[in-house]
Design a protein around this ligand. Structure first.
Ligand SMILES: Cc1cc2nc3c(=O)[nH]c(=O)nc-3n(C[C@H](O)[C@H](O)[C@H](O)COP(=O)(O)OP(=O)(O)OC[C@H]3O[C@@H](n4cnc5c(N)ncnc54)[C@H](O)[C@@H]3O)c2cc1C
Length: 413
């Protein structure tokens, strides 16, 4: 079935301002607004822009038969800040459901209700007026869904992962039914969503726990405590190559057009981390001829204080051992270099894992938001969690619409 048949069905059902066809100026503008070129270079046949939860229901109901007949696939986009190619965009005859217009931030009874099209910066601004905070991204531009459906690292370890602070998800299931998943309403789905990504439906609104928050000074404190979440990067940066070989820095975001993340986790062990740093440093030397290369090796701790809050989610983590996340963030200029960069840093991850294995410090867990396509974060949660997630998928999406229809991200089957 040609894409035009699906588009015809859409254009006769949804308002014209919610359907942006490929080839138009608006489509090009929206498509350019992803964090990474690896996502922007995919171009869907149309971008759908629902304005309300009811619009999402209409879209899902309309697309479902086409998905089941194999005639259409779609992507779900929050703010488009995850660089993994195809996780929130799609090419060819595919459609992208962009949730940008699902706005709304409401503070009530210790919770904040956040529309799926909001970004963390707007949430912080609104909460600050009330002296409140929430666990959210360290990027003001980041979307809610990408983080609240994975573990989600925030500013401090005190409050736990972002997903552990979600109190309820309003979700449109593959049947087009809108339900709320919380500890008291569909608890197994609620647990699955805390780490399960885009596998179960489209979240239209998130309810998160808030806490009192004074003006932020935590990050300037020299004495790290559970109020802080230290992130250390060492990086090689092409434009600074005359100054030195590589640097230790706070952060290296937003410097290049093509961007890819990959990650692993190890026990917090100094010898393992030193070896990992050496593996990274040796690996980027032969890449220094690449135009615009920035490659960063970033350590983020998962201390016991953070892991002890990690309950009732699908991540398969516990607080028995403090862990360290190793994130490789890479930017470069030319698409012709994609393969070389990806392969080099894929091997870095493999070598770090092999080295940690030998030392007895290897950890299977991979963080979904920082994973690349060769990785399998959902399987890294362990067989038991995987079994649970599949069972929940079978109950809430029996025909597998979000498995067959939404190919991007990390799938259950
Ligand atoms: C400058 C910067 C700072 C960052 N800081 C942090 C940080 O502090 N902590 C951290 O953990 N990560 C951080 N990241 C990583 C980043 O925020 C994540 O990759 C995150 O996924 C982005 O969320 P998004 O919704 O914008 O992503 P998108 O690319 O829009 O979506 C990511 C995935 O989530 C799915 N999804 C999104 N919304 C929904 C929804 N409503 N319903 C169903 N599925 C949905 C998409 O289908 C896709 O698979 C940072 C990234 C940048 C660039």
């Amino acid at each position: 079935m040609p894409a035009s048949t699906v588009l015809k069905a859409l254009s006769s059902t949804i308002p014209p301002d919610q359907l942006v066809i490929k080839g138009t100026e608006e489509s090009a503008k929206l498509n350019k607004s992803y964090l990474s070129l690896l996502q922007s270079e995919l171009e869907p046949a149309a971008i759908l822009l629902p304005r309300s939860k009811e619009d999402v229901v209409t879209i899902v109901k309309l697309l479902k038969p086409y998905v089941l007949s194999g005639d259409v696939q779609f992507a779900v986009r929050g703010a488009g800040q995850q660089p993994l190619p195809g996780c929130s965009n799609i090419s060819g005859d595919g459609l992208t459901i962009d949730l940008w217009y699902l706005k709304g931030i409401e503070i009530k009874d210790g919770s904040v209700f956040i529309g799926a099209g909001e970004i963390w910066g707007s949430v912080y601004e609104k909460l600050a007026e009330h002296g409140l905070g929430v666990t959210g991204s360290r990027s003001a531009l980041g979307g809610i869904g990408g983080l609240a459906l994975a573990d989600g690292l925030s500013f401090s370890s005190r409050e736990g992962f972002i997903c552990d602070n979600v109190l309820a998800y309003d979700i449109v299931l593959s049947t087009g039914t809108l339900i709320t998943a919380s500890p008291s309403s569909h608890p197994s789905l609620f647990r699955a969503l805390r780490g399960g990504g885009n596998n179960f439906g489209i979240i239209t609104r998130f309810e998160l726990r808030t806490f009192p928050q004074g003006p932020s000074g935590a990050l300037n404190k020299p004495d790290a405590d559970p109020e802080t979440h230290v992130m250390i990067s060492q990086a090689y940066i092409d434009v600074f190559k005359e100054v030195g070989d590589h640097f230790c820095m706070n952060q290296a975001y937003y410097t290049r057009e093509v961007c890819a993340y990959m990650n692993t986790t190890v026990a917090a062990d100094a010898a393992t981390l030193t070896a990992a740093s050496d593996i990274f440093t040796a690996a980027f030397q032969p890449l220094k001829d690449l135009e615009g290369l920035t490659c960063a090796f970033t350590l983020q701790s998962y201390p016991r204080s953070l892991l002890s809050k990690c309950t009732n989610n699908s991540l398969g983590l516990d607080a028995s051992t403090p862990l360290m996340s190793i994130l490789l963030m890479n930017w470069w200029k030319n698409a012709a270099d994609d393969e070389r960069v990806i392969q080099t840093f894929k091997q870095v991850i493999e070598k770090i894992d092999a080295d940690a294995e030998q030392r007895g410090t290897a950890v299977k867990y991979k963080y979904m938001n920082y994973a690349y396509s060769f990785q399998d974060p959902i399987r890294s949660y362990g067989e038991e969690e995987m079994g649970r997630l599949r069972e929940v998928s079978g109950r809430f999406d029996a025909e597998g619409v979000f498995q067959k229809g939404v190919l991007g991200g990390f799938k259950l089957f």
